[in-house]
Write a protein that binds this ligand. Structure first.
Ligand SMILES: [Zn+2]
Length: 325
């Protein structure tokens, strides 16, 4: 069920297909990690609502595009998604730029009208992530259908209710940290440092973390965000947190700068090329309407190609979003 490979320094091809259709409380059909989940549980019932409710978003403006352009990665992700057995088309997709106060360069996001999250919710939840964490993402897309999310080539796609929880955003961006924050030939979760920390711990933080080391890491990213941004740390929510302290300590040490709120964006990744919603070919786009106030900006047509292997995906079982509502 799980294999990893690296096709470039900036892309970790994760093939960690998990049944996105199973109910949120259904047990995993296959576990790759053998450590138990911490007791009492804290992730879904405490951490998810705590982060959703208490992380402050970053001031932002949303500019809805009024033309026919769409980042190619948004188009392909949405057109692979089915709702009620019917594949979606990108014609009705809302493409919008979100400019946060801590970054001059906007993020271009895409939303199919079937998506659970509104444009405002997507921008607000993504804006809760620390800005240097956000900087590891090119595009976010959301659509309807069964809940599930994946990260591919530093792009995040969220289906169903997965777009309603900040922990899904944190988890998916976490895969990019694993893939290329550390500059390793392999993902960080394949290094001795991570595997030894795992070996020294007694538990994982939540059942989905048992799926693979990549998922274990991505789930822990949300724990680290809480730890680094709230006084008292994860002990507030998980009295037995020391049972996973080696992994958490390693992550909070290595990623302290990335996962702490404040500061400004850096090293923004190149956007996916723009194509026509209804066909092919690059376009230059301009923002023709603005939901917020002021800024009308021209989005230059990017020249980069998608990262190698962008069709490979890590598909994630929903992370119990209902508890985050
Ligand atoms: Zn994942």
């Amino acid at each position: 069920m799980h294999a990893t490979s690296v096709s470039s320094a900036v892309f970790l091809a994760l093939i960690a297909i998990v049944d996105a259709n199973q109910g949120s409380f259904a047990p995993l059909t296959k576990r790759e990690l053998d450590k138990p989940v911490i007791q009492p549980p804290f992730y879904d019932n405490k951490l998810v609502p705590a982060l959703n409710e208490s992380l402050q978003t970053t001031e932002h403006t949303i500019d809805l595009w009024a033309n026919n352009s769409i980042p190619s990665i948004c188009k392909s992700a949405i057109e692979e998604q089915a709702v009620d057995g019917v594949l979606l088309t990108s014609g009705p997709v809302e493409v919008f730029s979100v400019t946060y106060a801590d970054c001059d360069t906007p993020w271009i996001m895409c939303r199919h009208p079937t998506a659970s999250a509104s444009r405002q919710t997507m921008a607000e939840l993504f804006g809760k992530l620390p800005v240097r964490h956000r900087s590891f993402v090119r595009h976010l897309s959301a659509a309807g259908g069964d809940s599930g999310a994946y990260s591919s080539g530093d792009n995040v796609f969220m289906a169903g209710d997965s777009s309603l929880a900040v922990t899904v955003y944190g988890h998916e961006v976490g895969h990019s940290l694993d893939a290329h924050f550390f500059g390793n030939e392999t993902g960080f979760t394949e290094t001795d440092a991570w595997l030894e920390a795992y070996d020294e711990d007694e538990v994982v933080v939540q059942d989905y973390a048992q799926a693979s080391q990549a998922e274990n890491f991505a789930q822990m990213v949300n724990v680290a965000i809480y730890t680094l941004n709230f006084p008292g740390g994860i002990a507030n929510l998980a009295p037995n947190w020391q049972q996973f302290s080696h992994m958490l300590d390693l992550m909070t040490n290595e990623l302290k700068d990335v996962l702490t709120q404040g500061g400004e964006c850096r090293n923004r990744l190149e956007n996916s090329p723009l194509v026509s919603k209804s066909g092919f070919g690059s376009q230059t786009s301009s923002v023709l309407s603005s939901e917020s106030s002021s800024t009308v900006m021209t989005i230059a047509s990017p020249t980069s190609s998608p990262a190698p292997g962008t069709r490979t995906r890590a598909l994630h079982r929903r992370q119990r979003q209902h508890q985050a509502k």
